[in-house]
Ligand binder design. Structure first.
Ligand code: TMP
Length: 241
């Protein structure tokens, strides 16, 4: 099953319409007093996000940047507890799951992300809000407008400066996970069909937000993938200065 083309336009319209409406109602101001950069990594399971996050952090640190690695759900004590619960509880209701993801995110955002950006850190985050659009919206069919409302409530206008989306065929992803991990959690055990829906969901995100998202072919060895990432990050950094 794939995200149909008509559905892509609908998702896009709903994201933009609802962000506008909710922002007007809530009166949330734009949170733009930040000095650092926020880079998120997205993609399905087994795409190699964590490895690439580490490689990029090393490279940016070597270049003299203050770098902080984090992840979602997670990033603070409470958010990590929520992560553990989500990973080990089976059959969580989709709306409960979404609310827990956003509770973890709000805590992470307020207690860690905002203060560190103000201190000038470059934050590299393994998953962020785009994962909610794909997993809760596209995979679990929660209406996009509800997800966008929660996003505005918890993050205001905040958006990542740059998002790398790692893309590989589900069959390779499944194989990688089975070879790499001894323990498979609820999310790792999804079917290949679900992996496919997630993959297509992220492709749509890359099309909807071309100004901040870059889809990267994550097949092949990790050095090759990293050099693809470096190329787009270098371009992005040049545009930023
Ligand atoms: P991961 O750290 O292995 O990527 O596991 C986190 C899981 O949580 C992953 O399967 C995606 C899922 N997830 C959501 O469903 N919604 C979200 O908003 C986030 C951040 C993650």
């Amino acid at each position: 099953m794939q995200v149909r083309n008509g559905k892509k336009a609908e998702i896009k319209r709903k994201i933009f319409e609802n962000e506008g409406k909710t922002r007007e109602k809530s009166g949330i101001r734009n949170l733009k007093i930040r000095k650092g950069l926020f880079i998120s990594f997205e993609g399905g399971e087994g795409t190699g996000k964590s490895t690439q996050v580490g490689l990029l952090a090393d490279k940016l640190s070597e270049q003299g940047n203050l770098v902080h690695i984090t992840r979602e759900p997670g990033g603070t004590e409470l958010s990590e507890e929520i992560r553990k619960l989500l990973k080990t509880t089976s059959d969580v209701d989709p709306i409960t799951e979404m609310l827990l993801m956003f509770a973890a995110r709000r805590e992470h955002f307020v207690k860690s992300i905002c203060p560190m950006l103000e201190q000038g850190y470059t934050i590299i985050c393994d998953r962020f809000y785009d994962s909610s659009l794909v997993y809760q919206g596209v995979l679990k069919n929660i209406p996009i407008e509800q997800i966008v409302q929660l996003k505005i409530m918890t993050l205001g206008d905040f958006e990542p400066d740059f998002t790398i989306i790692l893309d590989i065929p589900p069959s390779i992803a499944k194989e990688r996970i089975q070879h790499r991990q001894l323990y498979l959690d609820n999310y790792d055990m999804m079917s290949e069909n679900e992996y496919d829906i997630i993959r297509n969901g992220f492709k749509k995100i890359a099309e909807i937000f071309p100004f901040r998202c870059k889809l990267i072919n994550a097949s092949g060895d990790e050095k090759k993938v990293f050099s693809r990432i470096c190329k787009v990050i270098e371009k992005f950094m040049v545009q930023k200065v």
